[in-house]
Write a protein that binds this ligand. Structure first.
Ligand code: SF4
Ligand code: SF4
Ligand code: FES
Length: 501
């Protein structure tokens, strides 16, 4: 356990720790491009140079092991001068087209230039020209001129996905990033290369030129694409979600997400149900809230509690499923089933992607729901959205007396429903999912629900009111009652549920 001093701070670190990591542990930041905590050391950008007493030359901190008694300086005039020179060198052939670069506003090169040089280049010769629009794969575009050859993207494909699509070709100032002959960058995690590219060389095809990043606001959230529940930021503006970005959670997704999950954000934007609908003469028509609630109350009160089924959803939050269960307790409805998307074994791996495409199966199961098994007969079904095609066919065949659905989107489920209430997506409400590890993870609201849209638990309050069985609900109280947790307990990493046994 060597002890060393960095910028006057004494710190003890584990054997083998690099000076760069030791500085991090001491909350001292050293500028860098090629270092990435999850990738091997490349040591090629030279930006992390530091001055180490008794060493003849400055050393790159990312590839220098901390030793007993070392005295390191990261902010001396000499170090700053070196970092300025490294930047000037990197910028020799860089196009400096920040005004039209998608990375502007979150670019390390731009940030370090502002921090360390802010001077004009002394290079007056013509810059090397390279292709500006290289199609690397289905989701990623390369601007070769902007690449600073840090090799993070190459190491990601070699060491994380083990797909090795990328390499450098040519030498010196002709060096270019490219794919191996006959290969495309089309692995299931390819958009992580855009995240880790420190400059605007790699851009996301779906997001590029859509929005200037400084207009985006963000909330911490959780991907709903599968049972892993990767942690994300939901970036939003103008009442719309524009992208998902990975949020670090060492216990769940480290600092990665899959492309499919990351690109599932149109969920919040398209084909939304924004008003209640009631089926009249076989046709689903828009209605007022009071007409829809009246229809629902009539259907539910025409039968006893035994003649109704409540269908929760492995696609919906812990809180909405708990609200439905509580509604059942109030109205003496005991049959609790849950719908879920089917498992997809072909789309699963040993990394993040799970065959279970539901973000909250563990949550509904914890609440005591049984997987959908039908037995509907002449009953009324009140359901949260999330039926698979198979479950829907079964429902269609069994033909409930009335099918009442709290839906976010128009689709096969609303086509079958008799009454539809417009429900909020998880991006429009506070709540939580329980992932495959039984980890309850919180998400926050990015958008304000439009039209007459409300979180499902609020609709359940209104239905109960209509039935003269008042229910007073809140997301916080539902989480507490169903899971014994408060949102504040969940922190940024979530909380594992204690086993019921
Ligand atoms: S494309 Fe980006 S991540 Fe890849 S080598 Fe170039 S600068 Fe580095
Ligand atoms: S692995 Fe699953 S939870 Fe993670 S980003 Fe992909 S779909 Fe979403
Ligand atoms: S971060 Fe150390 S050489 Fe690049």
């Amino acid at each position: 356990m060597p002890k060393l001093t960095i910028d006057g701070k004494e710190i003890e670190v584990a054997d083998g720790t690099t000076v760069f990591e030791a500085a991090r542990q001491a909350d001292i930041s050293i500028p860098h491009f090629c270092y990435h905590p999850k990738l091997s050391i490349a040591g090629n950008c030279r930006m992390c140079l530091v001055d180490i007493e008794k060493m003849p030359k400055p050393a790159i901190s990312c590839n220098t092991v901390a030793n007993e008694g070392m005295v390191v300086n990261t902010k001396t005039e000499k170090v700053k001068e070196l970092q300025k020179s490294v930047l000037e060198f990197i910028l020799i052939n860089h196009p400096i087209d920040c005004p039209v670069c998608d990375q502007a506003g979150e670019c390390k090169l731009q940030e370090f230039y502002m921090d360390y040089t802010m001077t004009d280049s002394e290079f007056h010769e013509e810059k090397v020209k390279k292709p500006k629009k290289v199609d690397l794969g289905p989701n990623v575009m390369l601007d070769d001129e902007r690449c600073i050859l840090c090799s993070r993207c190459i190491r990601f494909c070699d060491e994380i996905t083990h797909t090795s699509e990328l390499c450098f070709s040519e030498r010196g100032d002709r060096s270019t990033l490219t794919t191996f002959p006959g290969k495309q960058l089309d692995n299931k995690y390819s958009l992580n290369t855009v995240d880790i590219c420190p400059v605007g060389a790699l851009t996301s095809k779906p997001f590029r030129f859509q929005k200037r990043v400084w207009f985006l606001k963000h909330v911490p959230s959780v991907c709903s694409g599968c049972a892993t529940g990767c942690n994300i930021y939901m970036d939003y503006d103008d009442g719309k979600v524009w992208r998902y970005r990975t949020r670090d959670n060492e216990s769940v997704n480290q600092c990665w997400t899959c492309d499919a999950g990351r690109l599932s954000y149109p969920l919040h934007n398209e084909k939304r149900v924004t008003r209640p609908m009631v089926r009249k003469n076989g046709v689903l028509e828009y209605s007022t809230i009071s007409d829809a609630l009246g229809e629902i109350a009539r259907a539910l009160s025409s039968l006893g509690g035994d003649e109704a089924v409540l269908v929760g959803s492995a696609q919906e939050s812990n809180e909405n499923n708990m609200a439905l269960k509580k509604f059942g307790q109030t109205c003496q409805i005991k049959d609790l089933q849950y719908s879920a998307k089917p498992k997809d074994d072909a789309d699963a791996d040993n990394f993040l992607i799970k065959a279970d495409k539901n973000p909250n199966r563990a949550g509904v199961q914890h609440l005591g729901y049984q997987e959908f098994h039908g037995g509907i007969g002449v009953k009324v079904v009140l359901a949260l959205e999330g039926f698979s095609e198979t479950h829907l066919s079964q429902l269609r065949e069994e033909g409930p007396v009335a099918f009442i659905l709290l839906a976010t989107h128009l689709g096969p489920e609303t086509e079958l429903a008799d009454v539809v209430l417009p429900a909020a997506t998880f991006g429009e409400q506070e709540g939580s999912f329980t992932n495959f590890q039984n980890r309850v993870q919180k998400f926050e609201a990015a958008l304000i629900p439009q039209g007459m849209v409300l979180p499902a638990w609020k609709w359940l309050e209104k239905i109960a009111q209509e039935l003269k069985q008042p229910l007073q609900l809140s997301a916080e109280a539902l989480l507490q009652e169903g899971f014994g947790l408060k949102f504040a307990d969940l922190g940024t990493e979530g909380k594992i549920l204690e086993s019921k046994n």
